[in-house]
Design a protein around this ligand. Structure first.
Ligand SMILES: *Cc1c(COP(=O)(O)O)cnc(C)c1O
Ligand code: SF4
Length: 529
């Protein structure tokens, strides 16, 4: 007997995914197991809802998902459980007609849902473990608050001092003994710190110290702020800073034609244990006179190729608001300077510095020519509610906030740590910009270095899993910034096919190129004349 509906089903309306799905559902199975009545009832119910519902696609998706599951688990075809094939064809056609983008139910069930499932699986380890592997300053708030209380008591620091930049610098921790007051650290480490601070300065703001977790051996905040004996024991030759090769004028560093830096101070709120400017920072703090800045500004005034000026240090925010206002105003007056940047890690070490006056200065200058804020955040643990607030305010008075991280051993050298860092940055209005491989130049921090390939793996692991604009570029600084990314592009035939590798799963796709011959042919709207 012929099925009466066959003639009314136009199978041409199915696409290749529908056809594959039907082939799968009706394929023969070696062994079959019994399908429970409950499962059969469920399928039949979805079939009824699919037939009667108007403008809904989900019932049809549910219907086919259930049928696919039954086939996969029990080997049973729709026929085996008493469902008519033509009715299913009609439902598949109805699905495609209903969907705005003419997506077939086969496409959804056979292809898209499994792809989404595989994609989700790639981030499960991260979602399950990031709080344990890479706790943020938000995750650790309870302990941070306890730390703060203890530090304030030990240092006899008022709330007012805590909330001001001046107070944070005044009460900064500068010796192993002071650190031992607020943190249970072994005597051996105290001795070691004492040995080092004779050579390299230590300075930790009480706020930043409150982020150190007690009893964590390799706490990422501790690693970045507390100098250890390695700094003097590491063997190796210090390679001269390249400054004199690249400083065409006082305070100025210039590597590139269109952008240069003004190293406006050597002061920092803290001395990072991996600082590339170690020699420069480790001297006494200095502030320059107006004359000095005038010399630097004159170089810029007379150099019309320069369009982008980066005010840095040390840390630019170690300068007074008044000094910064003067620099912005002078730069804004120079016609060929089109954009500006200010480089500072202070919002991370002492967010208290972001006061109303500074925000006002930024707003004023940004309204004249774009001002970008460049910062350095290395670990999720540095992301606290205070830091979040500071950057939220800054985001309203600048044209962009960019982050440069340094890849550091024990601080951010695993996937979960790096993924969490870049996601949190983005959630605090910051765009991950650069990731630096820690330099070979100073043996003092050689123990914090990470192999180039580890950084490459980390950055590549982000493609396809993390928002594209949260992925930093991976660089080395070696007489300028040099990209270190691995190549995902290989050419098969000269000038024709390329093979592209998907970084997230290694699969390759072919990518035919535009031929050079075609490209060189004349192209013009003249032909319409
Ligand atoms: C980093 C740096 C710049 C800015 O480089 P971008 O790649 O544009 O961010 C400019 N001058 C010097 C000396 C630098 O070190
Ligand atoms: S803030 Fe920057 S310049 Fe200052 S010590 Fe840290 S890395 Fe060096």
């Amino acid at each position: 007997m012929q099925c009466s509906q066959t003639n009314s089903v136009d199978l041409k309306k199915l696409d290749k995914f529908d056809i594959k799905l039907f082939e799968l559902l009706y394929s023969s199975s070696k062994s079959k197991t019994e399908v429970s009545q409950k499962e059969i009832d469920e399928v039949k119910e979805w079939l009824e809802i699919s037939k009667t519902s108007i403008r809904l696609t989900n019932p049809m998706v549910q219907l086919f998902v259930k049928l696919k599951t039954i086939k996969e688990n029990h080997g049973a075809t729709p026929k085996d459980i008493g469902i008519d094939k033509d009715e299913l064809y009609l439902m598949a056609i109805k699905h495609k007609r209903t969907d705005e983008h003419a997506v077939s139910v086969g496409g959804r069930v056979y292809s898209a849902l499994p792809i989404a499932k595989t994609a989700n699986a790639r981030v499960q380890n991260y979602l399950n473990n990031h709080k344990k592997d890479a706790p943020s300053g938000f995750d650790l708030q309870k302990q941070i608050k306890r730390n703060r209380k203890k530090i304030q008591e030990k240092l006899k620091m008022s709330d007012e001092d805590w909330d001001s930049y001046g107070g944070q610098i005044k009460y900064a921790i500068r010796s192993g003994e002071q650190l031992a007051q607020i943190l249970d650290i072994p005597q051996k480490l105290i001795d070691d710190i004492q040995r080092v601070v004779g050579v390299f300065r230590m300075r930790i703001s009480p706020y930043y110290a409150s982020l150190i977790m007690p009893n964590v051996v390799n706490d990422p905040i501790l690693i970045q702020s507390v100098p250890t004996g390695d700094m003097i024991d590491n063997k190796g030759i210090n390679i001269e800073p390249v400054a004199s090769d690249h400083s065409p004028a006082r305070l100025i560093d210039q590597f590139y034609p269109r952008v240069l830096t003004i190293k406006a101070t050597n002061m920092c709120a803290m001395f990072c244990t991996y600082c590339l400017r170690l020699d420069h920072i480790s001297d006494k703090d200095w502030v320059s006179s107006k004359n000095t800045y005038e010399e630097a500004l004159n170089y810029i005034r007379g150099n019309t190729t320069v369009r982008d000026v980066l005010i840095t240090g040390g840390d630019a925010l170690a300068l007074s608001n008044k000094r910064l206002e003067y620099l912005f105003e002078e730069l804004d007056k120079i016609p060929h300077v089109k954009i500006k940047r200010i480089g500072s890690r202070i919002p991370v070490m002492t967010p208290q510095r972001i006061d109303d006056k500074f925000l006002e200065i930024c707003a004023k200058s940004n309204a004249i020519k774009p001002l970008r804020f460049v910062t350095q955040i290395n670990t999720p643990q540095e992301m606290t509610p205070e830091v979040h607030e500071a950057f939220k305010k800054l985001s309203k008075v600048t044209s962009a906030i960019l982050n440069q991280s340094v890849l550091l051993r024990g601080v951010n050298d695993t996937q979960n740590k790096m993924w969490k860092l870049v996601e949190l940055l983005q959630e605090s209005y910051i765009r991950p910009y650069y990731l630096f491989n820690c330099s070979f130049r100073n043996p003092e921090f050689g123990h914090l270095r990470v192999p180039i390939s580890v950084g490459r793996d980390l950055v590549e692991s982000m493609y396809g899993n993390i928002a594209g604009d949260a992925i930093p570029r991976y660089l080395a600084t070696a007489g300028g910034k040099i990209p270190l990314h691995r190549d995902n592009v290989s050419q098969v035939n000269e000038g024709s096919d390329y093979i592209l590798k998907k970084p997230w799963d290694g699969t390759e796709v072919s990518y035919p190129d535009m031929s050079m011959e075609e490209y060189n042919k004349p192209f013009s709207f003249d032909k319409y004349k």
